[in-house]
Write a protein that binds this ligand. Structure first.
Ligand SMILES: Cc1cc2nc3c(=O)[nH]c(=O)nc-3n(C[C@H](O)[C@H](O)[C@H](O)COP(=O)(O)OP(=O)(O)OC[C@H]3O[C@@H](n4cnc5c(N)ncnc54)[C@H](O)[C@@H]3O)c2cc1C
Length: 417
């Protein structure tokens, strides 16, 4: 079932009776060539690229709930390539390029909208840091423009410039950044993987990982045991729990991050705006809701719902930046479980168990990473060697301290990243 303008018109004229399910609902086979644990964005993208680029089609994605029920369907949809450190910047640059061709690649409308991201700064020191970051982005081949206060005011007239708690000095504008519809990304990759022969096994929780003579042999699941010589763990906020099934202790803490959406409003916010001083960021969805969030809830948890102190903090920051938001009615809020790594950067690596691979540590920034993470993890699982763009995301950097990728300079405290 391919999508096209003609197909939409034809189906519209014939009662939409020709559409089929996006993917099959197969029974688990007793054995596969490779298994991916976790049907989030990263797991589905990995399966897609394993099949598409490496010809591994006798593979399955094992998801304990339904496709899209994790963070891939809970995030605030920001896509950007504005990282500073070598190691991160090449990877996110690669990801943004994949985003730019994703809809054609998947034949699926993921509503990728390059509406631009503006990071505000509020002091001379922050301006210097923004200039440095912008230069790093340009050197990487991406885009960055420094906006002064007058230019910013012309673009974002609704911010509080005259009476603000943190006076606005300007912003770093990343025009190719923007948003995409989060669950459409999961559905697009799921459909693409299914079309290449990948089995998507929903309601299939991993309860054990079978290891013999130092090599992985398969997994135990709620739908029975499945054998495979290669297994990839891609379970985001559940990474420590699933790795523990293989006897591996990860340097990952799970923390809650909340997000909020208002009732639908007429278009008023054209960009994504981040207000680091107040821990607040905002964009407007295509349905009109103002989508915004802030910082973590600041304690480790496996509950995918948040608490009121963090909600109050986010609302206060929103009011401090753009008092007009006080007129909007909040419609919903929700939370997701973040796999926080000590340096705020991810892990894409082998483990000490032969055939067992690890992809985690995405913190609150893993949505934009989905295409590159899938591409690089598939490369690692297929060839046994890291792809150049992800070579810095080693697990052992937390043991030897070499190559720590601390973008924020926050040190090794998980909840500060
Ligand atoms: C509120 C919020 C806002 C965010 N905003 C952004 C943003 O604007 N931009 C950005 O880049 N990132 C953002 N993120 C982060 C991003 O959503 C995550 O980093 C990313 O989605 C994590 O990867 P994933 O999609 O594979 O995770 P998930 O979708 O969580 O996938 C993991 C899957 O593993 C499954 N699983 C767990 N245990 C098992 C098991 N034992 N057996 C089988 N399956 C299992 C889970 O059910 C889940 O479906 C945000 C996150 C949240 C919560």
């Amino acid at each position: 079932m391919r999508f096209s303008g003609w197909r939409v018109i034809r189906e519209g004229l014939t009662g939409n009776r020709g559409w089929g399910p996006h993917w099959r609902d197969p029974e688990p086979k007793p054995a596969y060539d490779a298994l991916i644990i976790g049907g989030g964005g990263h797991g589905l993208a990995t399966a897609y690229y394993l099949a598409k680029k490496h010809g591994l089609t006798n593979i399955a994605v094992l998801e304990k709930g339904h496709i899209g029920s994790g963070n891939i369907g809970r995030n605030t949809t920001i896509v950007r390539a504005n990282y500073f450190l070598p190691g991160n910047s090449a990877f996110y640059s690669h990801s943004l390029k994949l985003w730019e061709g994703l809809e054609a690649e998947l034949n699926y409308n993921v509503m990728h909208s390059q509406r631009g991201i503006i990071n505000l700064f509020h002091s001379d020191g922050q301006r210097d840091a923004a200039v440095r970051r912008g230069n790093a982005m340009i050197n990487q081949g991406d885009d960055a423009v420094l906006l002064d206060r007058a230019q910013l005011r012309a673009m974002l007239p609704y911010l509080d410039y005259d009476n603000a708690r943190f006076p606005i000095y300007g912003g770093l504008y990343h025009a190719r950044g923007g948003t995409a519809r989060h669950d459409a990304v999961a559905w697009g990759y799921a459909r693409g993987a299914d079309r290449l022969g990948v089995d998507l096994l929903q309601n299939c929780e991993i309860t054990g990982i079978t290891i013999k003579d130092g090599a992985v042999k398969g997994v135990e699941t709620t739908r029975g045991p499945i054998r495979a010589p290669k297994v990839g763990m891609v379970v985001a906020g559940r990474s420590s729990q699933v790795a523990a099934l293989a006897g591996i202790r990860l340097p990952i803490e799970s923390h809650v991050l909340q997000a909020f959406v208002t009732e639908g409003l007429k278009p008023c916010i054209d960009h994504v705006i981040t207000f680091g001083m107040g821990h607040f960021y905002i964009s407007q969805s295509d349905k009109g809701g103002l989508v915004f969030g802030g910082d973590l809830d600041f304690y480790a948890s496996y509950a995918s719902r948040g608490n009121l102190p963090a909600a109050e903090h986010v609302m206060e920051a929103g009011m401090a930046l753009m008092p007009m938001i006080g007129r909007a009615k909040l419609l919903r809020s929700w939370g997701g479980i973040m796999d926080m790594s000590p340096d705020g950067s991810p892990i894409i690596d082998r483990t000490a168990v032969e055939g067992l691979f690890l992809n985690c540590g995405w913190c609150y920034g893993g949505f934009k990473a989905v295409p590159a993470s899938g591409d690089c993890f598939a490369h690692l699982m297929a060839t046994g060697e890291p792809k150049a763009e992800a070579a810095a995301f080693r697990l052992d950097r937390f043991r030897d301290g070499v190559g720590i990728l601390d973008e924020e300079g926050s040190g090794s405290q998980h909840n500060l990243h």
